[in-house]
Design a protein around this ligand. Structure first.
Ligand SMILES: Nc1ncnc2c1ncn2[C@@H]1O[C@H](COP(=O)(O)OP(=O)(O)O)[C@@H](O)[C@H]1O
Length: 256
């Protein structure tokens, strides 16, 4: 699937225009749009990674952002930075619910504006938009990552983060048998180096009941976003075949 090539066809080139999201919170309608390359906007990739909790959006979005030279912006990270400041937000997140659209618009606008002032253009968004109301920004391409649900749950429960360097690891050794038409799948753990091993923490929302609630909320609020982009012909779906060593080259081949 030549998604990168598709980006440069005329119908996509008009979308490669970077704008600030400062007006996001006011709108539920079509975003401002221009075909004029001299309007002050710079052209770059504006991609979104969608997919259920635990699918690996962050991992693949981050790798791709390095390749494409655009920032990887995860709204989950923006929200987590706020948690120590807001017990109410902490409660919402730790119940597996979504934060209000207004708060998300606000956090994302600030992040994009800060990036713009540093000369950033384009982005790979991870975890946004997650509701139809959030789907207001101009997007070139939406990559929808997919993985069977039992594996998603195991992956979430195995996630660990080094409290010092911030790197993510996974202690789950996944060996899901083929069943009910689903392919078998194995993923070795992604273990931390020695210097991180004693500093691992688990996200407070990575407990089984909360992960199940996040999956339920994803189906209710975010699957309609998949449909929204599918109807616009911007959604491409990728079934992850396994862990990172197996999936990353295949995803790249698929995209390029
Ligand atoms: N776009 C968003 N809209 C609403 N809430 C969000 C959004 N992005 C992140 N959040 C909040 O932050 C939490 C963590 O998000 P994220 O790190 O993307 O986790 P996940 O592993 O569930 O994809 C979500 O469960 C939700 O409470």
């Amino acid at each position: 699937m030549a998604a990168l090539t598709r980006l440069f066809k005329p119908q996509f080139s008009s979308l490669l225009f970077h704008r600030s999201l400062s007006t996001l919170s006011q709108t539920n309608s079509s975003p401002p749009h221009t075909d004029d390359p001299n309007d002050g906007g710079s052209r770059s990739f504006q991609w979104v990674f969608l997919g259920s909790p635990g699918v690996g959006k962050g991992t693949y979005a981050s790798r791709l952002s390095t390749l494409l030279g655009v920032p990887h912006i995860a709204t989950g990270d923006l929200v987590r930075q706020e948690l120590p400041l807001s017990p109410q937000l902490d409660e919402v997140v730790n119940q597996g619910k979504l934060v209000s659209d207004e708060i998300i618009f606000n956090l994302l606008s600030k992040r994009l504006e800060a990036g713009e002032s540093r000369g950033e253009s384009g982005f790979i968004l991870d975890g946004f938009p997650r509701t139809i109301r959030q789907a207001v920004t101009e997007i070139d391409l939406v990559v929808n990552l997919k993985l069977r649900e039992d594996v998603l749950i195991e992956k979430c429960l195995g996630r660990r983060i080094c409290s010092e360097c911030g790197k993510g690891f996974n202690v789950a050794a996944i060996d899901a048998k083929a069943e009910n038409g689903l392919p078998g799948m194995s993923m070795p753990p992604l273990l931390p180096p020695q210097q991180c091993a004693s500093k691992l923490i688990t996200r407070a929302d990575d407990t089984e009941p909360v992960v199940r609630e996040r999956l339920r909320v994803y189906k209710e609020k975010s699957e309609p976003v998949e449909d929204y982009y599918r109807k616009q012909g911007k959604l491409i779906e990728f079934d992850l075949p396994g862990g990172i060593p197996e999936s990353w080259p295949k995803l790249l081949e698929f995209l390029i």
